[in-house]
Design a protein around this ligand. Structure first.
Ligand code: ZN
Length: 297
């Protein structure tokens, strides 16, 4: 969906509503909760959406009473106009900053933060329902841990943050590499090996540094090659972990441009990043598809 086609939806309420009905993000039919007959779609100026479902069954206790067109939808608990919502989803897809999005859409930054968070939650729910698996026979996975804490620049005098370790696995058969990331409390074998077991497909070849927690990998049935970083960046046989290192760098640059590193935010950002690795090239279309899976209309 290109910008030119979307642009009219950002300001025209009726076009926006038709688009959302077409995408199944608003109901296309709605039964009355009392008499269970289909309600009529009617103009209704008392609501900001300008339309409403209404029971037309004269014998029903809800005769002529209205039901919001947002009922059961992603937008049910939001006060933001539907055309603005479409623009917000578009800007999120384009990685717009909170500040720019607030200005462009004409809502508060707080509203954008909440709206973007609810889109990030869709990413998280999608990944929960479709757990990530990487690699496969003969495919090289690089693994590494990385510390995501950094001193917040503008908050001098605060208690220094605890380091937050993230364990990552990247699949080098994709260009650019796609990954899996998870915040870990500890960097020991008991924590890291089960993650590898659940994410890496059988037959994968795992490249890592010589961190002792990784010694058990061979015993799990994976080929395992290590690089000794005190001697080489790339081993003579070509083993390296440079793909996962540049993956970390890209994600950390994004984190720094966002909110810094509070643990709960970081968790959601990692989910968003993993989602974008896979679906980000058509983020607008894909997030709409994935919203559909969590709202039965
Ligand atoms: Zn009714």
């Amino acid at each position: 969906m290109d910008y030119q086609n979307l642009l009219p939806l950002f300001s025209n309420n009726e076009l926006a509503i038709n688009f959302l009905k077409q995408k199944n993000l608003l109901k296309n039919s709605c039964l009355c909760t009392a008499c269970q007959t289909p309600q009529n779609w009617t103009k209704y100026q008392k609501t900001k959406d300008g339309f409403s479902w209404r029971c037309q069954n004269r014998t029903c206790s809800r005769f002529k009473l209205t039901t919001s067109i947002r009922k059961d939808s992603f937008f049910e608990n939001s006060n933001i106009d539907l055309p603005k919502w479409i623009q917000i989803i578009y800007l999120w897809g384009m990685r717009g900053s909170n500040k720019n999005a607030a200005t462009q859409v004409g809502v508060s930054q707080r509203a954008i933060v909440d709206a973007f968070a609810s889109l990030r939650e869709i990413c998280q729910r999608h990944l929960l329902a479709n757990p990530i698996q990487l690699g496969g026979p003969g495919i090289v996975l690089e693994i590494d841990e990385s510390c995501f804490s950094h001193k917040p620049k503008h908050h001098r005098g605060r208690i220094p943050q605890q380091p937050i370790w993230v364990f990552g696995i990247v699949d080098t058969s994709y260009k650019p590499a796609i990954g899996y990331m998870e915040i870990v409390e500890q960097r020991n074998a008991a924590t890291l090996l089960p993650i590898i077991q659940s994410v890496a497909r059988p037959g994968s070849i795992i490249h890592s540094d010589e961190w002792r927690a990784y010694r058990g990998i061979q015993g799990m049935g994976f080929a395992h090659k290590t690089v000794n970083h005190s001697v080489n960046f790339v081993e003579p046989d070509g083993t390296h972990t440079q793909t996962v290192e540049s993956y970390w760098n890209r994600k950390k640059t994004l984190i720094k441009s966002m909110l810094g590193c509070r643990r709960i935010f970081l968790h959601y950002y990692l989910q968003e990043f993993m989602w974008r690795d896979r679906f980000g090239s058509r983020a607008f279309e894909n997030i709409i598809l994935h919203m559909n899976n969590f709202y039965s209309l």
